[in-house]
Design a protein around this ligand. Structure first.
Ligand SMILES: *Cc1c(COP(=O)(O)O)cnc(C)c1O
Length: 362
């Protein structure tokens, strides 16, 4: 049994079964006499690992054949630049700013072309998702960009923007594989692995084939050109091999849970335990508009900074760790990704109830 429940936004918890399996295979991967960390990425064994990982990911998300799956490095941040470099043929893109990550992505894109902010929720500390049903989108925009789940603020798009026929690009770092998605609605999705999929160091992009082109922006580094990785099965240079191996194990674990429908049902159940309590609590309050709540990241406050700090400290003593909220929101944030067991959420809520009753008259 693990000693703590880790509510960190990322790097975050991985399934215990996956970690145990990896530990067992650490010194001798399937009779090879080596760790996966030590073997050639051009060898037969690793070839099987990466091919299986890709296939399992395709199965989980029902990725259509005309999309490529790319395993890359550099985190989500590197894709903030790769997206415009690969897609900005007309040097124009629309961004919807629903938090720090979307904002940073838009600022990075502005180095390469014109960025139009079609909607933003910054006026209310990003506590909601703006109405995106009738955005002003120029005819010649290269794409429309969203951050689908806002890790810091705890909001999620429950309806995708109407892009009026333009390519939708989504950063799905913190909701990757948390529920089924219709990949055909997107041109590109990508995410860093360390939130919901695997170790830091791997970033996965799923890109529609017609968006993988040779005529990328002049000066695009070879490593940032999606075609480089697409043409080489993500083995152009040395990939983050051990990370991909762990991601592959997580994919198998998700399949064993019954696939993404079952994963979503479980995530809905877990989130409801926390949200239901926040809705009735006299001490703790959720910070996000109800209809925009994330299943993965749940920010909440007491309204009193000192009390927030006291709570975080007391929770830690109970093995409920990394509950401190992001510095731009304050308060607390519970990240309850796929690998967070329901018992962890139950224990958190039970502790919040105790904390509440002991502070009722305080
Ligand atoms: C964490 C996060 C990032 C940044 O990821 P890095 O891998 O550290 O670059 C970007 N977008 C979202 C939505 C995130 O949650």
């Amino acid at each position: 049994m693990r000693k703590v429940y880790n509510f960190s936004a990322g790097p975050a918890m991985l399934p215990e079964e996956v970690l145990r399996e990896a530990a067992e295979e650490m010194l001798d991967y399937q009779g090879s006499g080596m760790s996966v960390m030590e073997m050639s990425h051009r060898g037969k064994i690793f070839d099987g690992i990466i091919k299986d990982a890709e296939q399992d990911l395709r199965d989980l998300l029902s990725v259509p054949d005309n999309y490529k799956v790319l395993f890359m490095q550099g985190g989500a941040w590197t894709q903030f630049a790769a997206v415009p470099m690969n897609l900005m043929v007309n040097r124009k893109a629309v961004y919807i700013v629903t938090g720090q990550w979307a904002k940073k992505a838009s600022q990075e894109a502005a180095k390469y072309g014109e960025v139009i902010i079609a909607a933003s929720s910054e006026d209310q500390t990003f506590s909601y998702i703006p109405d995106c049903s009738d955005l002003e989108i120029p005819e010649d925009t290269d794409y429309v960009y969203i951050c689908e789940n806002n890790t810091i603020y705890g909001t999620k798009y429950h309806t995708l923007p109407d892009t009026k026929g333009h390519t939708l690009v989504a950063d799905v770092s913190s909701c990757f594989l948390s529920e089924p998605m219709d990949i055909t609605k997107y041109g590109v999705i990508y995410g860093g692995a360390q939130k919901n999929i695997g170790p830091a160091g791997v970033v996965i992009a799923i890109v529609r084939e017609d968006l993988i082109r040779d005529d990328v922006l002049e000066g695009t580094p070879t490593m940032l050109k999606w075609k480089t990785h697409a043409d080489n099965g993500s083995l152009f240079n040395t990939p983050p091999a051990y990370g991909i191996y762990i991601c592959g194990k997580v994919f198998k674990w998700l399949k064993a849970q019954g696939g993404l429908e079952a994963v979503r049902d479980n995530n809905v159940k877990k989130a409801a335990i926390l949200y239901d309590f926040l809705d009735e609590s006299s001490l703790f309050k959720g910070t996000v508009r109800r209809e925009d709540r994330s299943l993965m990241n749940v920010p909440f406050v007491t309204g009193n900074k000192d009390l927030d700090a006291e709570f975080v400290k007391a929770a830690e003593a109970q093995g409920l760790v990394s509950l401190k909220g992001h510095r731009s929101v304050g308060g607390m944030r519970a990240s309850i990704y796929n690998a967070m067991p329901i018992e962890g959420v139950e224990k958190l809520v039970s502790f919040m109830k105790d904390f509440e009753s002991s502070h009722k008259n305080g």
